[in-house]
Design a binder for this molecule. Structure first.
Ligand code: SF4
Ligand code: SF4
Length: 212
């Protein structure tokens, strides 16, 4: 990465943090709400970098779906099977080498059945305040989100309060987080923007003088 690219990412990140930090006393609530906004503005540039550089694992179900899609047996996939034990329960997952073996040019050859990690990139990273430097679309989305937050600050602060339970579950409830990852957080983005519109309508209704 060049020093100019590094400066762009770090400036965009600082702008984003300055905008979202006052949204809530809890840093994580404020960050996650801001990431939902960044998701709305994110436009993938189809460079394929995430498939080249991200550490990637597939759950057992995902690996089976990919095998079925390709008309192969799961053992034939170019993935490494890993097994470990948690509290007496055996967990199996499949680890991909880098670059991902399903990347063809800059395209995914198993797009329809790609795993939840693929669907949630780069949002899963951003949810934990990590910014993958190899994604050129992130700084642009962070800048647009920062601008949106600054322009809609009061309404957003109230919307974050309404969304507190969801924002908390994103950190603590594994099943909820998994469900969100599978559909790349879209339901939460829609929910946040619906709340924002409702709050705006209410504010406008209150500001309209009666008798007009
Ligand atoms: S499965 Fe497809 S989307 Fe996921 S990393 Fe591989 S090439 Fe990329
Ligand atoms: S690195 Fe970012 S811009 Fe490039 S394909 Fe992945 S998500 Fe899209």
């Amino acid at each position: 990465m060049s020093s100019t690219e590094f400066t762009t990412i770090s400036e965009a990140l600082s702008e984003f943090e300055r905008a979202f930090r006052p949204l809530h006393d809890n840093y994580w609530f404020a960050l996650r709400a801001a990431v939902l906004i960044a998701i709305r503005f994110f436009r993938c540039e189809m460079c394929g970098n995430c498939c080249r550089f991200s550490p990637l694992v597939f759950s057992e179900d995902e690996a089976w779906r990919i095998a079925e899609f390709l008309g192969k047996r799961v053992e034939e996939l170019p993935l490494r099977r890993v097994e470990y034990c948690v509290c007496g329960r055996v967990i199996i997952y499949y680890k991909a080498p880098r670059p991902c073996p399903f990347l063809s040019g800059n395209r995914c050859a198993v797009y329809e059945v790609r795993g939840s990690q693929c669907r949630a990139f780069p949002f899963e990273f951003l949810m934990y305040s990590l910014v993958p430097a190899y994604c050129p679309a992130i700084p642009k989305a962070l800048r647009k989100a920062a601008e949106f937050i600054s322009q809609n600050f009061d309404v957003l602060r109230r919307a974050v309060r309404v969304m507190e339970d969801d924002l908390k579950r994103l950190a603590t409830d594994f099943d909820f987080k998994e469900a969100m990852r599978r559909c790349a957080y879209e339901p939460l983005v829609r929910k946040l923007f619906t709340i924002i519109s409702r709050l705006r309508e209410k504010t406008q209704a209150c500001a309209t003088p009666t008798g007009q």
